[in-house]
Design a protein around this ligand. Structure first.
Ligand code: FUL
Ligand code: CA
Length: 482
């Protein structure tokens, strides 16, 4: 008896009997999805013959000779992306027109028949190298629809598509994302046939394509495939709410469903917001004056990254082969806006208290909420579905942004949350509220001055929160000074 009691005491003091982490709830992300969530913001490069024909969808009959950038600098694309704060770039290795930016073994319709570098060029190589040198990730887009290929819509093309994909997956180092476009307009040049072609169901045999990507690039996520879903629009916003979970249930409005996801979805399939910095996906001189403003990009950021989705922002190189000055200017000003808002996390120095800490165990304690590390989290006891956290800044501070992150490795658990501020001693006022959080939620609140704030969560399973951050954007900062 006595011996057993001693052993128990020893085990407890060693922490061996401490409470377990919460069990996962619902679908959870894979490692590769988790890594992808953390990227948040990366770029798209749309480049092909279209930049020279002034089209959005090339017909497929373009002469490779027209692809002739006058002053190319692929390295600049990667440098601009890096300076803009992007974590990677995805290149249209082949768009719907079928022209390949790399010297594919399987077609003559490529850069090897262009004046670019006297037919010795390979933009997939140049950009993948440039990204590596800049320290950002690289991914590829390979259009399934091919308006050039004579065998399109017949079995031979499917093999061609897989052969091309294999080249991209094996010759250019690690890819972080492979982008499968769903667009198909039917008509095309198709080797001179100039007709409309429709494809049979599951023409591309996606399962085989996915298996190939898994085998050759195990860390790559697939867009519009098993890892990431389209957000249902190309205007630059995720729904509110935007759940990371989804499934194939029949939907009355599929685009809406993609925007919002399903809180009770059976698959982890988070949304990516793809949008262009210009009206079109490709460069057109006439759109030089229509480059999205920094304020517009910031709105897009709030409505994508701020809603837990990732932002894939397109930068189309021009006829010189460079990202245009206007785009660069807007991008850098957009970066400055973000830097100003998120300069100082006021929560870092706050005293934090919670309504409950799981097993009173510091492994799940409130210090994890403000350590800047998404891999540590605060959790509560099983069975508790409503919990709150109070931050005491020590003195009244002005703020207008609250950023919350769930520890999504255990699933998306929180269904809604509220932010209250103690604007006068003992007087609490709701200054903001939201629904889905997931990887990240950026909540713009009423600009408020308070010494203490309270964030309350309602969850389907005990909430697990990795970070809470508080910021004063320029509006709040100027209020502070008054
Ligand atoms: C769409 C395509 O048709 C556009 O040209 C562009 O590539 C966009 C990202 O996806 O479906
Ligand atoms: Ca943390």
């Amino acid at each position: 008896m006595r011996g057993k009691g001693l052993a128990v005491m020893l085990l407890v003091s060693m922490g061996a009997w401490a409470v377990d982490p919460p069990a996962p709830y619902g679908p959870v992300p894979t490692e590769r999805q988790l890594a992808w969530h953390a990227l948040e913001y990366y770029g798209f490069i749309h480049y092909t013959v279209n930049a020279f024909t002034d089209k959005e969808w090339g017909y497929g009959d373009e002469d490779p000779a027209i692809f002739n950038p006058s002053d190319p600098d692929v390295r600049q694309w990667a440098r601009v992306a890096k300076e803009a704060g992007m974590k990677g770039l995805i290149l249209t290795a082949k768009h719907h027109d079928g022209f390949c930016l790399w010297p594919s073994r399987y077609t003559e319709h490529s850069i090897k028949n262009s004046p670019y570098k006297n037919g010795q060029g390979d933009i997939v190589r140049e950009l993948s190298d440039a990204c590596r040198e800049e320290g950002i990730l690289f991914g590829v887009y390979l259009s399934p629809w091919d308006r050039n290929h004579p065998e399109y819509a017949r079995p031979a093309y499917v093999e061609y598509y897989r052969n091309q994909l294999e080249e991209l997956l094996t010759q250019y180092g690690p890819l972080f994302e492979v982008w499968f476009d769903g667009a198909n307009g039917g008509d095309g040049w198709y080797g001179g046939a100039r007709e409309k072609r429709t494809i049979p169901p599951d023409y591309y045999q996606w399962d085989k394509v996915y298996a190939m990507v898994r085998e050759l690039q195990p860390n790559a996520v697939m867009f519009n495939g098993p890892d990431i879903r389209w957000v249902g629009n190309e205007s630059g916003f995720a729904g509110d709410p935007c759940w990371h979970t989804f499934d194939d249930r029949p939907a009355e409005d599929q685009l809406k469903a993609l925007q919002h996801g399903y809180a009770d979805g059976t698959k982890w399939l988070p949304a990516e917001v793809d949008v262009s910095i210009r009206p079109g996906w490709f460069y057109h001189e006439k759109e030089d004056r229509a480059v999205k403003s920094p304020a517009r990009l910031m709105k897009i950021y709030y409505e994508s990254v701020g809603r837990g989705a990732s932002l894939l922002l397109n930068l189309p190189p021009d006829r010189r082969g460079r990202i245009h000055e206007r785009d660069v200017e807007s991008l850098m000003a957009f970066r400055e806006i973000r830097e100003k808002i998120f300069a100082e996390n006021l929560a870092r120095n706050a005293k934090v208290a919670a309504s409950n800490v799981r097993g009173n165990d510091s492994r799940f304690g409130v210090l994890n909420l403000t350590d800047g590390r998404p891999e540590t989290y605060w959790a509560v006891d099983d069975g508790i579905r409503e919990a709150s956290v109070e931050l005491d800044f020590g003195k009244p501070v002005v703020f207008d942004h609250v950023v919350v992150q769930e520890y999504i490795a255990l699933g998306q658990r929180i269904r809604r949350f509220t932010v209250e501020a103690e604007t006068r001693k003992g007087k609490w006022q709701t200054v903001g509220e939201g629904t889905s959080i997931g990887w990240k939620r950026i909540l713009k609140t009423e600009p408020s001055k308070a010494r203490r704030i309270r964030v309350s969560f309602v969850a389907d399973a005990c909430p697990v929160v990795s970070e809470i951050a508080v910021y004063a954007g320029p509006d709040a900062q100027s209020k502070q000074k008054k």
